[in-house]
Write a protein that binds this ligand. Sequence first.
Ligand SMILES: *Cc1c(COP(=O)(O)O)cnc(C)c1O
Length: 438
Amino acid sequence: MSLATVAAHGFRINGAGHLELAGIDALVLARDFGTPLHVLDEGRLRANCGEYRDALAQAYGRNARAIFASKACCTVATCQIAHQEGMGIDVASGGELHTALRAGVPAKDLYFHGNNKTPDEIEYALRTGVGRFVVDNDHEFDLLETLTARLDTTADILLRLTPGIEPHTHQAIRTGGVDSKFGFGMLDGAAYRAVVRSSRMPRVRLRGLHAHIGSQVFDLEPFRTSAGALVDFAARIRDELDVTVDELNLGGGLGIRYVTTDEPPSITGYVRALADVVTAKVREHRLSPPRLSVEPGRSIVGSAGVTLYTVGAIKSIPGVRTYVAVDGGMFENPRPALYGAHYEAVAAARAADAATDVMAVAGRCCESGDVLIWEVRLPPVRSGDLLAVFGTGAYTYSMASNYNRFPRPAVVLAGDGRARCVVERETYDDLLRKDVAL
Ligand SMILES: *Cc1c(COP(=O)(O)O)cnc(C)c1O
């Protein structure tokens, strides 16, 4: 049922039977901006930020903050909105750092992540005065030692720890287990040695601890376990090394609804679960309560995004499958090809019609695996129809490429019945801008 699908994703259908996004007819958005088109519902985006802010304040008090993991959708506009809503910004490369600075986010509100920051990136971050380096490994300590001395400056750091926890999610988006490229292992003593090392570095100030266990996680238990392990570790390094942990950053990873049957925990429920564990453990160890932060990406932007496509070729293979090809694909949303991610779609002009036919929504890249949805129920679809795919706000545009030399789509921000372009559609000339002819 298309109606039920639209409702499950929190959108509505207007009087004409068309899908409506933030008060705007989806057909009008497609007409005005073209397809494929990434639409972000500004109200949803701000509401998700606000839910984190309010839930943290309620569950933990004022000494708490949500930080937007910008990699989920790193544009100047999304960084601006997150910061306007009181969030810090997590950046994981020089390019994301540059974007957040261009968005006007003060450097002190930036958290610099990454498992292989380059000397140039570290220098850029030191020169701009990034708030926190989240130090991942000893190589980064070496670089910080050299570069803080050369620039005669200091760095405030969190240590990225790997607690050895495996949440139930796709292997490629698990990050907290023992066998991970990220962070200092807590089980093998690497984390402890990193604390010792940082306490001996005159230009580095250890402010706190960080862990991020994975992404698109629905089960709260691994989050609780990870939070508890960090507080236990904070108590241990206080007792044994006289090191104070002022800040605890519990990472991101809360899952969202991609298909109607997905039942992720609410933002509020997730935040409360974390805050309760930290509060109880802090009391148990008689620690002074650290500043608490979480670092959501997907649960900020994911549900706010809808991608609009125009249907082109339709290929029916009797008894096998019908492929409905759209004007996007893995170049603008690689998640189905990369992770086997699932999505739902509706025909935007007939959003209230019965979804009677099963079909595959294929992309237009030269790869058989470029199928956005392998099985979706839609009303009978014709070439020229507009399809809307839900839940595409996170890890789509930010992962987009120019494979097959397709220009990346535009991103529009829709709110209160108005829409504005926040990233322009690429042109063919944009694609050639860095080519050098012989
Ligand atoms: C990706 C990432 C996040 C955000 O994860 P989501 O699943 O999008 O919430 C937070 N922290 C770190 C360190 C990350 O790498």
